[in-house]
Design a protein. Structure first.
Length: 446
């Protein structure tokens, strides 16, 4: 695929939430009412899946102590810098802010968290003191958010932790699959360095890709954490898939993230209704497309994307085309359009949503220079099939929700491999629970 001009690339990498200056951060933090207490936690704390003490760190920023604020954040979230950039704060901490009830804007918690953690990275703050070694060895498969957090939590408790990943850089979906207008690469290198200072060893470019390799890992480790995430885009083949200009969502975003942004042309069609589809559409706008249409086969009310993200895309010029499904991609030597059918909603399916049905005779072509299929990701079923006793539910790893333990007692899991695709901060929460459970289990068998 061809790549864009330098100007388009810079636009595509423009951040959705730019950093705050120190005066702006202090002024913003000073607006906080510091609500909550020992008997009634603040709503923002309750809303944070990672359990960060938001009023405390905001008060520390207001007092001119950003390193203390960062220590408060890292005490509960070792990926606090990443979460500051990618968390859907509108429906979490900021959505719960009591200032809404006074008709005032919520505290910019995400921006303040970024300010504090950026200061900590600049000063190379060590997040936690080292613990005495336990002599226990833990293997973490996957260097995405869940794997990184589990590794850090376990290393901080004195265990010897080795993280394996097929990629050459850590971060998983954050590094390669979250649109760069949210986060490019920073602060993942700093977060990985911080974990290394806790004692985590990284073996990147090292896939666990055979049953024999997995058996070797089982023999070497006292416990194994699965943070393998999800796999490639769901395969939904359409005639014309092979035309230049037709993309799957993950390769499209990875091209952006790795400095190879595609030339999208004037007209872009995105297929899907989730947050990844929204991200692709908004990146297409940033890459210079004049017309960006997002096709969804149901109504907007049934789109799985966050409503505030849909609204943001519309404000940037993305056209939401409802009740429309692609049939094939058309073109001679390259993509020229997407042939579609109009849909209507029929009876409810097993999920409770009304099933879309094609309207006969409604075929039409939407002109397009680029089309991106963003329909979802498939589970990583092959590795899971090698693990004795592991149970799956619809391709997702089944765990005890209170501990992250799988049906195989040596294995624990969290993140998208368990949820099927959720937020980074939900992966943080699940990884913490699993790490604590591994620590308790290993303590009981010492």
């Amino acid at each position: 695929m061809s790549t864009s001009t330098t100007g388009q690339r810079e636009l595509g990498f423009a951040e959705l939430r730019p950093p705050l200056s120190e005066p702006a951060a202090v002024a913003e933090a000073d607006r906080c009412l510091e609500c909550g207490g020992p008997y009634a936690p603040a709503p923002c704390v309750i809303a944070c899946p990672a359990g960060v003490d938001v009023p405390r760190f905001v008060a520390e920023v207001a007092a001119g102590e950003p390193l203390a604020a960062a220590a408060t954040i890292f005490a509960e979230n070792l990926l606090g810098g990443t979460c500051a950039r990618v968390c859907p704060v509108e429906v979490l901490c900021e959505g719960a802010c009591v200032l809404h009830h006074e008709g005032r804007p919520p505290i910019a918690i995400g921006a303040l968290q970024r300010f504090a953690t950026d200061q900590a990275f600049a000063e190379r703050l060590r997040p936690r003191p080292p613990a005495p070694p336990t002599g226990r060895r833990i293997a973490v498969i996957g260097a995405g958010p869940a794997g990184l957090v589990a590794a850090g939590e376990l290393a901080a408790r004195g265990h010897t932790v080795t993280v394996y990943d097929e990629r050459e850089e850590p971060g998983g979906l954050v590094r390669y699959g979250i649109a760069p207008y949210r986060q490019t690469n920073e602060p993942l290198p700093d977060e990985a360095r911080m974990l290394g200072e806790l004692g985590v060893e990284f073996r990147l470019g090292t896939p666990i890709d055979t049953p024999a390799r997995l058996r070797q890992l089982e023999a070497e480790a006292d416990a194994i954490f699965l943070g393998i995430g999800m796999g490639a885009d769901v395969d939904v083949p359409l005639p014309g898939d092979e035309l230049p200009g037709v993309w799957e969502s993950l390769p499209f975003i990875e091209a952006l993230k790795t400095g190879r942004p595609p030339t999208v042309g004037r007209r872009v069609v995105v297929i899907g209704g989730g947050n990844t589809a929204i991200d692709v559409a908004r990146e297409a706008v940033r890459l210079g497309a004049e017309v960006v249409a997002l096709l969804y086969r149901r109504t907007e009310a049934e789109m799985p994307a966050f409503p505030h993200e849909v609204a943001g895309a519309r404000e940037e010029g993305v056209k939401i085309v409802r009740l429309t499904a692609p049939v094939r991609f058309v073109g001679s030597e390259k993509l020229e359009g997407v042939e579609c059918l109009r849909m209507r909603l029929g009876a409810r399916d097993e999920s409770g949503r009304r099933r879309p049905q094609p309207v006969p005779g409604s075929e039409h072509v939407i002109p397009a220079d680029t089309a991106v299929k963003a329909i979802g990701q498939a589970p990583r079923s092959e590795l899971c099939s090698w693990i004795e006793g592991l149970e799956l539910d619809g391709g997702r790893v089944k765990v005890d929700p209170a501990s992250g333990r799988t049906a195989n007692p040596k294995y624990f899991a969290a993140g998208d491999a368990v949820s099927g695709g959720a937020t980074v901060v939900e992966a943080v929460r699940g990884a913490k629970l699993a790490a604590w459970s591994i620590d308790d289990w290993l303590g009981g068998v010492r």
